[in-house]
Write a new protein. Structure first.
Length: 160
């Protein structure tokens, strides 16, 4: 049986994941800032959190394994976010999933039109920021915090 403290924590993470995704979709669809490939991948941990926490609430089972799974998911999300910040800061090379095409001078106008039709956003470009902080940086902070909360919750599972 899930304890009151754990239920509150899971509801908080569920709510926070829902709000995070809502803000991301608001920025994309209402404000018109298209996400890059890494931005889209950074949404996956929040989607998985919603699914896994719903599994706990509906089945009232699998609490401890799901806490471990969510810990791993948010740790991987934090690593991806850190990598994205590194790409934005030119610490890391832009990965192939973000490559917006050959930028050499020898391209034809047809090649340029094809690249524009693909509408891919470079992962290096910060298209939206809050108080001068990129969304990838904000997501890094959030993912690290959620990772720490989930790991602590998993470790202290039997104590509560």
């Amino acid at each position: 049986m899930i304890g009151i403290k754990k239920r509150f924590l899971l509801k908080g993470i569920l709510f926070f994941s829902f709000i995070t995704l809502s803000v991301a979709y608001f920025i994309e669809h209402i404000l018109g800032h298209l996400p890059c490939s890494l931005c889209l991948m950074q949404r996956v941990p929040y989607i998985l959190a919603i699914i896994f926490i719903a599994l706990i609430f509906f089945s009232k089972r699998f609490e401890k394994p799901v806490l471990l799974l969510l810990s791993v998911v948010f740790i991987l999300g934090a690593i991806l976010s850190i990598y994205h910040v590194g790409v934005e800061q030119n610490i890391f090379k832009e990965p192939f999933v973000c490559d917006i095409g050959d930028k050499s001078l020898g391209v034809t106008k047809e090649d340029l039109l094809r690249q524009l039709e693909n509408n891919k956003i470079s992962c290096k470009d910060v298209t939206f920021s809050i108080f001068g902080i990129s969304l990838a940086t904000i997501n890094t902070i959030i993912s690290i915090a959620l990772s720490a909360i989930m790991v602590k919750s998993y470790i202290n599972y039997e104590k509560n």
